[in-house]
Write a protein of this length. Sequence first.
Length: 422
Amino acid sequence: MAETLVASGRSTKGRTKVKTGCVTCRIRKVKCDEKKPSCQKCTSTGRNCDGYESPFRLHVHNNQLTNNTNNVCARGIKLRAGLQTMRSTPNALSPEGINLLCRYFSTKTIFNVPLDCNEEAKQVLQASLTDTPVRHAVMSLKALREELESSGDKNPASVGRRTPSCDYGLQQYSVALAGLASKLSSSSSSELKTALLCCQVFISIEQVRGNFAAMALHIVRGLGIMREFRPRPSFTITNELLPAYRSQLPFLDVFIVKLFAAPCKFAEAAEAADGKAKMPVGSSTSSPQQVIECRDHRRIAPNMRTKLVHIASSTLEFLANVSQVESAEAALPLLTEKASLLDSLDSWLRDLELVQMSSLDRESISVSFLRFFYLILRIVLLGALEAPSPNLYAKLQTENSGLQEVADDITEKVRLYKLTAG
């Protein structure tokens, strides 16, 4: 018996945990070929392939989803919100509805920051008329955003308060994720479109919740879906140009670039002579005069953001040109443009590091968001026109890890910022 236990322990210890692949292969602990909709590892042996888990998850603390969503008050809000959504659905594509969703895409718009995402908002609302996961995602964003605004730009969950509206928003978020998981098993064009449109809304939901770490996960996974199913032309390893594989998919990368090109609403106050922090810019309790005075005291790398937004604008033009390219000859100049944009990003980062080295202050939230935006642009550009290769995957893995680290840092900084401002 002892020998059997020892042998068993050795065998278990030596096994490699299977983290990717279809559900069936993961249960069997064998390497999956990850073919879709069904892997050949299963079908060739007569097994049923149970599909793939959704790359999108609801990220909450253990105490954030509780049974109190079933109380009378929550049920009343669910019913009213559901009926309101049903009544408003026929008018969802009105200019007012489109402008409202565009505004809800980013918390920056609370401070009247313009956001150029009307086309993306229209596309999401159009899908929400017939696509259940998208509809639930929009309902979640609407509930959480309205709760955020009514609470004075303080996320109730982040400050220890729970409201029925917040619970309802999280419940709708969970329903959207569950519905999306069942759709992604087939990987048809319609299901992939649903996934990318939902991903847009999930990114906005996590921004409202102040969970930038979870937002970064959605960004990474959404961009991964784009690269896998190629909505734009790309080169092969032998330098042949492949046409777009799924040309009708939403351009999630364009949405993300637009989202972060908008000015950051966070600008912390500099320390006064007595060591006490002045009123933070963007605080819900600061007057216009206080904001002006605070801005005079603290200017955060004023030219750095302008330069990065200029690179972002050029990146959007580059992506638009990639979408239209039809031959390898026409695509070659775009590779040169891509290299130039990546060089510009590297130069921008060097300049930022010099600015930060000359400052005695800790890195502000605004600068951290600039770093986050810089990494997004790098990830988007690295995957454009590029043939899949181990080298590309290694580069993207490094950038994705860096993005997650910055996102974790931002989440903590924003939490402390809100505590200070509150």
